[in-house]
Design a binder for this molecule. Structure first.
Ligand code: TXA
Ligand code: MG
Length: 310
């Protein structure tokens, strides 16, 4: 069930995926619950295992821009971004090419498809060995904290998947940034690629998604990435009964980054939330995180984790 990140593990993972099974694979952002994106049955199994509403479309992972161009129509901005940031933590939402061999369940009936080329060597090796695109949402039960280790995946989905390819903790630790380029660039989800890097590449500002506009996606639902306890954000210190999740040089039970490094904080965020869950923390106070660079995506996840549960 736990496959090691070597040639044998990669070939076993690809064989299972070719047979239509679900395999959790490591990416640099979070572990993905992967299935053959060309198979309706395999893709349906993803929604089933996660308990995910089927109106929420999935990200398709491919080995290269060349493969991506077989699936979607790339405009000039999309090409420029793909060339600058792929492989890496950027997902592009683009018009689906007519006749692309992607299960309709992947895009939930939309005329667009979300695509990304992951940077993680093991994910790329599986994609190359399989020779097919992989649909993969984060490998957690719908609404729960995303997994950044193989242990997180097993804890959440253990009995429901064929295997986990274990490559250790994810280096970025936050999901990819999702951007639609048409008609003008819109940020659909902040993530592992900071917005300012995208704006610098395009030479123009990127708009925010308007609340309530377009599709409602799990990562866009107000309550998401939720630990079992409640969160109080922008806390200077813990109140009696609270567990402190710190950032920077503060007294804390767990610290995202004592040295105030946003990259380190992003990589540790979900693991810290998983640990607080495991401890049974009921009330969690969280230090303020600066709203710049990766801090924007960290604060987005924290706000959703803190939101009232629906
Ligand atoms: O880093 C990541 O992106 C991870 C790893 C595994 O690649 N995947 C991930 O997938 O976060 P998931 O399913 O948890 O989030 C996918 C997001 C959802 O918010 C979904 O609604 C959005 O992508 N999405 C997918 N297709 C879309 C489309 N055609 N239009 C707009 N949003 C779309
Ligand atoms: Mg997710």
């Amino acid at each position: 069930k736990l496959l090691s990140a070597d040639a044998e593990g990669i070939s076993k993972a690809s064989a299972l995926l070719r047979d239509g099974a679900l395999v959790a694979i490591p990416t640099e952002t979070v572990y993905g619950l992967a299935a053959d994106a060309t198979s309706d049955l395999a893709v349906a199994a993803i929604f089933d295992a996660k308990g995910r509403p089927t109106f929420n479309p999935l990200i398709v992972h491919v080995a290269s821009l060349k493969e991506a161009e077989k699936i979607a129509e790339f405009d000039a901005d999309a090409i420029r971004l793909a060339e600058a940031f792929w492989p890496g933590p950027l997902t592009l939402v683009l018009p689906l090419k007519p006749g692309a061999r992607i299960s309709k369940l992947v895009s939930a009936g939309l005329q667009t498809v979300a695509l990304r080329v992951p940077a993680q060597a093991e994910a790329r090796a599986v994609l190359k060995a399989l020779g097919r695109p992989l649909a993969a949402p984060s490998a957690n039960p719908s609404g729960r904290i995303s997994p950044t280790t193989a242990a997180h995946v097993i804890e959440g989905l253990g009995g429901r998947i064929a295997a986990v390819l274990d490559a250790g903790p994810c280096s970025v630790g936050l999901e990819s940034t999702i951007l639609a380029t048409r008609p003008t660039p819109v940020l659909l989800r902040p993530g592992g690629l900071p917005r300012d890097a995208i704006e610098a590449c395009l030479g123009s500002p990127v708009a925010d998604r308007q609340e309530g506009e377009g599709i409602t996606a799990p990562g866009q639902l107000t309550s998401h990435y939720a630990p079992k306890g409640s969160l109080r954000l922008n806390a200077a210190s813990a109140r009696p009964g609270e567990v402190m999740l710190g950032f920077g040089p503060v007294a804390a039970d767990l610290n995202l980054s004592p040295g105030s490094d946003l990259r380190e904080a992003a990589a540790r965020l979900f693991d810290c939330l998983h640990m607080l869950d495991a401890k049974g923390a009921k009330q969690i106070a969280v230090s303020p995180i600066p709203d710049v660079g990766l801090g924007l995506a960290i604060n987005d996840r924290l706000r959703r984790a803190a939101a009232p549960r629906g």
